[in-house]
Design a binder for this molecule. Structure first.
Ligand code: SAM
Length: 355
């Protein structure tokens, strides 16, 4: 296979060693229990194996797999040269590995670490790549959607879910670089399907600086084998726990991106008497929008009117909401509450408005 096509289908941005070190330092500073087996499922040149071996030393056994034999041949001696480290790097296709059997044969607690390929199944299909799992409808789409683009998924999403499933009931840490959207989808899948996943966090990384790709990316950090699955995860600004940005989670089957904001405002969600009406947009804003000056309503042309209250409503624009201006200073004239409401009654009920 030509080099660029090969790189595209295996999507092999190799992780800089310095970034791998920062990830293992985070794990080392955060975990209490000993790690007995470290696995990098798509290890490439093995930065994470090397950084892990330097951080966790000789007590764990290290395993790395990659589909690309050249990477395996480069990574293997690098690990072998590290003093007293027992490690195995093998050329294997992720999809062909029986992960349940493999993990059941190794001692825990486990650390599953790395950086799986960053490509969607549709993009892989578009470049003619075959590096895909056997067709399976793991997102549980039905009928036509299952057979068409709706079932598009990130390969790393599929891989992470596969690993989570294989780790059920085993004590393990998963620490993988991926798109932030992928991490959210994996957690949503886990939470909706009753998989044991938690405590969980996302630590943002600058993918442009680290990999030269402009995409929202993070270290996805989660655990299996804890008694209680927590259906929330916190997003942190960087590879530390110092600066939490927001906490997302599952509420009534839906992924809520900011739980604190949701708890403050959830009473607005779906309540009929506070129905949210979007789509009231006036090309005639200069005529229909008013400010109030000395008891009169003044429109966008500066014309002053004495109007009845019946058809005037306080107006907040999205820019007001975005800037925290929650006290309406403008009004909008709406002559109907529903599409096709008759308007002729305005002539008698609000003659100045009719005028
Ligand atoms: C984004 S790179 C990351 C490599 C390495 N984990 C690192 O962090 O530097 C993704 C790696 O996945 C490997 N890969 C892609 N498809 C694979 C598959 N089906 N099975 C095993 N490895 C695969 C590629 O060869 C590549 O080395």
């Amino acid at each position: 296979m030509a080099k660029s096509k090969q790189q595209a289908t295996f999507v092999d941005f190799q992780t800089p060693l310095d970034l791998a070190w920062r990830v293992t330092a985070l794990i080392k500073g955060h975990e209490y229990s000993d790690i007995r087996t470290v696995v990098e499922p798509t290890c490439g040149l093995g930065s994470f194996l090397q950084a892990s071996a330097e951080s966790f030393g000789t007590s764990p056994v290290y395993w790395g797999f990659d589909v690309n034999p050249e990477y395996v041949n480069t990574a293997r001696p690098a690990l072998a040269h590290m003093d007293s480290i027992s490690g195995y790097i093998e050329q294997k296709d992720f999809y062909a590995i029986d992960w349940n059997a493999f993990l059941s044969g190794q001692p825990g607690p486990f650390l599953l670490i790395g950086n799986p390929p960053w490509i969607t199944s549709a993009a892989m299909g578009a470049i003619g790549g075959q590096n895909l799992p056997e067709k399976s409808n793991f997102q549980k789409h039905n009928g036509f959607a299952a057979k068409t683009g709706k079932a598009n998924f990130d390969i790393s999403e599929w891989m992470l879910i596969r690993l989570l499933e294989a780790l059920q009931g085993k004590r393990a840490i998963i620490a993988m670089l991926c798109k932030t959207a992928t991490a959210r989808k994996v957690l949503r899948h886990a939470w909706l399907n009753g998989l044991d996943a938690g405590p969980s966090s996302l630590h943002l990384i600058d993918a442009t600086a680290e990999f030269g790709v402009s995409v929202d990316a993070c270290l996805f950090y989660t655990h299996t084998g804890f008694r209680d699955t927590e259906m929330t995860a916190t997003v942190y600004r960087d590879l530390s726990f110092d600066q939490p940005l927001q906490t997302f989670g599952l509420f009534s089957g839906e992924l809520v991106s900011d739980i604190d904001a949701y708890c403050e405002l959830h009473e607005l969600n779906g309540i009929e008497y506070r129905k949210w009406r979007s789509g009231v947009k006036h090309d005639a804003a200069k005529v229909m929008e008013f400010t109030r000056e000395n008891g009169a309503f003044v429109n966008g042309f500066g014309e002053r009117y004495e109007l009845e209250d019946d058809y005037l409503f306080p107006l907040l624009k999205s820019s007001d909401l975005a800037n925290g201006r929650l006290q309406p200073s403008r009004y909008v004239l709406l002559t109907q509450r529903r599409v096709a409401d008759p308007t002729d009654e305005i002539m008698t009920t609000a003659p100045r408005t009719w005028q």
